[in-house]
Design a protein around this ligand. Sequence first.
Ligand SMILES: [Zn+2]
Length: 369
Amino acid sequence: MAFSSILGQDKTIKRLRSLVETGRVPPAMIFHGPPGVGKFPAALEFAAALNCTRVAFTEAAPAAAEEPADGLFFAEPEPAPAPAPAAAARPPESPAPAPAGDSCGLCRSCLQAKSGAHPDIRVVDTLFQAALLDEDESANLKVDTVRELTRWAQQKPMLSDWKIFVIRDAEALVPQAQNALLKTLEAPPPNTVIVLTTSKKNSLLATILSRSFPVEFAPLPRAVVAELLSARGTDPAEARKLAALSRGSMEKAAEAGGLMLRLAKLRPGDPARAFKFAAGLPRDSHLAREEVKTLLELALGRIRAAWRAADGPAKNKFTALLRRTLELRRMADRNVSYYQLLEVTLLESERAGLRLEDLLDTAAAEANG
Ligand SMILES: [Zn+2]
């Protein structure tokens, strides 16, 4: 566990490390970028690095040595007028090695961060909310949850220099919750950092965006997606194929994997296979919609390739199909039935001679080429 575990985001990680190193940390930050590119793990690494004491934790050591009260690596949340001699103030015996601006993984703070039990690092998401409010997990983050967060933000840190709240998938905050959060952002308590992670930045109020320091995460290089998939046990050849379909997102790679799996179950030549395929979409409507969008984009890639290769009357046929599919792709962002969208896309593609079974394979081949 350290920033080195975040792959494919070198520029962004360099920026985060420099914030940790200087201790000039904005009270509110937005980690934004496509889904599945490492925003949330990076937020956890950032929190760990901020609170790292760089003093290796040993059970036998006296309490004072475990937790030096001051003179840590980080000075103040606000830039100090004269730079504090941070390095000199660190205990000279401090043995924990860590690259500048990163966590050591050995101090008490790092060990607690690693186990997910750090009292000053809190992840706020729908799962956490369900436990907090003692109710079933819901899709939205409610105002009651933000009120709790606000209450904690007013308290002193328990163990470390910084209290860090990571609001995961912050687009889930309902407008009322965003307004409640805004009050905290307007008058941030000292030594508190609120990190919002989101792949839908525009779902957040303009007033929240303008008060939060933006940290952008880019799509992952294809080789990184393949590497991450292989590390998670995907067969290397399959990992390369999914990486080609992923558009730099681990989430999209997983969706493509799901689509392929469902395609493999269909019998070739079954006239109802488009219908059966649509019926196999995830129950969760958000996931289903995202998968349909992925499939539509894959279909677009396939149709574009067919359009480029065609001439004469066939070219006109693919021009019409391309236009129609682009229109369907635009509709997918609106509130229309994704189920119907999918069926129409598949049926129209098949009518033009593009079989459902071809969509993914050729898209992968094209992406590779
Ligand atoms: Zn540490």
